[in-house]
Design a protein around this ligand. Structure first.
Ligand SMILES: Cc1ncc(COP(=O)(O)O)c(C=O)c1O
Length: 345
């Protein structure tokens, strides 16, 4: 089934650029590194991967007659910010369930995405402990809306369900078209992976188009096996939605968990030095939670010799930059130590 058979809102007016990271490639030696700039995606507030997913998720909500979007995420969730921005654009209300995955991490006065929730006019924020079930809380909001004569629509965390993942099926098709017009033969695509929809959509999109570009996922939270299972299970649902009945090879799901560090959103030295390295060599900003850990993984894999000289590697920059401003302390207070690490690289 083609993507234009599914309801879709249009938040992206043009392809996001693929740029050659010349200085990073020279720095690492060997392979050629490119970056797909989904952080520059225009359309909703501050860009990022969730915009592609929301094109399909919000269209589904509107088709079902919803007046309110309900979703969940971490206290600095990019997905929550973008769901709210989409709601504003569509004239809908938005309620957010924020999971305090790190105890004590919710700060009502925090900058970054938290600030934007308030500027964009969220209807309601409910903060729950990290071990509570966000799905249950979202159902409660849904019932409350129903009882007051309104109609809610739940977008699962990260919009990582078979509807949202279609956004990255579409991105895979965009990458194939761009690479072909650039005469660029890609050997690997590397993406950060959290709730899994981005990675799943890319794998499903390449599979749909009979492309065998390997896609590697750099985990930001789970261990390898749990993340690979999550992605593999979601792929089955996406392929069913696309009415593709060929068997997807489980071995094509390849996740790396050694860059997660102590846990979701908790900093690592590799992440901090990778964020600074990319800033200083390419002038590109990454966030500490997703793209920063993703690029740290890419750099480390390159240093371990995972990529061969001359291969073309595309890193998907999934956005998230607003969260950087909520974590200034990571990059300011340890300046001299970080600079020492950077110099030794
Ligand atoms: C900036 C950013 N990058 C990557 C991800 C991970 O994408 P996914 O949840 O689809 O795995 C997220 C998810 O919240 C994100 O906000």
């Amino acid at each position: 089934m083609e993507l234009d058979s599914f309801p879709r809102r249009s938040y992206i007016s043009e392809f996001t650029p693929i740029e050659h990271m010349e200085k990073l490639s020279m720095h690492l030696g060997g392979a050629n590194f490119f970056i797909k700039r989904d952080d520059l995606m225009k359309g909703l507030t501050e860009g990022g991967n969730k915009i592609r997913k929301l094109e399909f998720a919000v269209a589904d909500a509107l088709m079902q007659g919803a007046d309110t979007l309900i979703t969940s995420g971490a206290v600095q969730s990019n997905h929550c910010r973008l769901t709210l921005a989409a709601a504003v654009k569509e004239g809908l209300n938005c309620r957010l369930i924020l999971e305090e995955r790190v105890p004590g991490s919710y700060n009502k006065m925090a900058s970054g995405n938290n600030l934007l929730f308030h500027i964009l006019g969220v209807e309601k924020i409910t903060v729950i402990p990290g071990n509570a079930d966000a799905k249950v809380e979202m159902e409660k909001e849904l019932n409350e809306l129903t009882n007051s004569g309104r109609k809610g629509y739940i977008i699962p965390g990260g919009a990582s369900y078979e509807v949202g993942a279609l956004g990255y099926v579409s991105c895979a098709e965009e990458i194939l078209e761009q690479a072909s017009s650039m005469n660029l033969s890609l050997d690997y695509l590397v993406t950060p992976t959290g709730s899994g929809g981005t990675y799943t959509g890319l794998l499903a999109g390449f599979f749909k188009n009979n492309s065998d570009i390997p896609v590697l996922g750099i985990n930001v939270s789970r261990d390898r096996i749990a993340q690979e299972e999550l992605v593999y299970n979601l792929i089955q649902k996406v392929l069913r939605k696309l009415e593709i009945d060929r068997e997807f090879p489980a071995g094509n799901v390849r996740c790396f968990d050694q860059y997660v560090g102590p846990g979701y959103s908790l900093p690592t030295d590799q992440m901090k030095s990778a964020v600074k390295l990319l800033g200083r060599l390419e002038g590109i900003l990454c966030d500490p939670i997703y793209s920063g850990k993703g690029i740290a993984g890419l750099i480390d894999l390159a240093k371990q010799g995972y990529f061969k000289p001359g291969e073309n590697i595309l890193f998907l920059h999934t956005g998230g930059v607003p969260a950087l401003y909520a974590h200034a302390d990571l990059f300011l207070s340890e300046e001299s130590e970080l600079d020492r690490i950077l110099e030794s690289q």
